[in-house]
Design a protein around this ligand. Structure first.
Ligand code: SAH
Length: 216
């Protein structure tokens, strides 16, 4: 018999724990709670718990769950924080971030494909998520009017971390981005100290392929 989507979700999360990509209880709970199928088109929902990226239209994809887990473990999102996701696409990662920051936290998404901003808002509504707002625009320039952010997640590949994003990171903030040429990126972690000085780290988490961050 075909497993239910609930069973498939639990199975995928368990395999991410076994592979060591999910380490924290908070991330485990967030992945168990958010229904990834709500961020898929109706006809593709049976693919929601395959651990791979999937087309969401407009030439973009929903990111692979284990890749998201690697990024979120590096980002260390805590309750009450203010977080920005650059390249929020269909909104799935925004939903996970919303769980991680809790009711007192706030999450902002910025997305360059206008149709996807509306799709993501509709998806988040279906998922009953309220502490997230999504804006259309070029996220390589950040979101100045809401800055500074305690955490910034870049969900598209960049050749280097845009300076505007580092500037919009709060003291003691963390930023995670996939950095590298078109077909291979590695995770980069930027940490800001309490005096506002940024330091770049290159944690070894393997290679990834993201859609490019468009810069203007
Ligand atoms: N975070 C999404 C996946 C996003 S894929 C998820 O939940 O699965 C990367 C997204 O970055 C795409 O939707 C793409 O349109 C967007 N993007 C690319 N360049 C951008 C830019 N300069 N500013 C904002 N969004 C951008």
């Amino acid at each position: 018999m075909q497993e239910s989507l609930e069973e498939q979700r639990a199975g995928l999360v368990k395999s991410m724990v076994q592979r060591g990509v999910i380490e924290s209880t908070e991330l485990f709970n967030a992945f168990m709670k958010v229904k990834r199928e709500l961020f898929f088109r109706e006809e593709n929902r049976q693919y929601a718990y395959v651990d791979s990226a999937f087309p969401i239209g407009y030439g973009q994809t929903i990111s692979q769950p284990s890749t998201i887990a690697v990024m979120l473990e590096l980002l260390q999102v805590k309750k009450g924080l203010k977080v920005l996701e650059v390249g929020s696409g269909c909104g799935y990662v925004l939903a996970l971030l919303s769980e991680l920051v809790g009711k007192k936290g706030r999450v902002f998404g910025i997305e360059i494909v206008p149709e996807l901003t509306s799709v993501s808002l509709a998806n988040l509504k279906k998922a009953g998520i309220e502490n997230v707002s999504v804006q259309y625009g070029d996220g390589s320039k950040g979101l100045l009017e809401k800055a500074p952010f305690d955490r910034i997640l870049v969900s598209a590949a960049c050749e280097e971390v845009p300076q505007a994003l580092i500037e919009q990171l709060a003291p003691k903030g963390r930023l995670v981005a996939p950095v590298g040429p078109r077909h291979t990126q590695r995770m980069v972690l930027v940490l800001k100290n309490e005096k506002g000085k940024a330091e770049t780290h290159y944690p070894d988490r393997g290679y990834f392929v993201f859609v490019p961050l468009r810069e203007y």
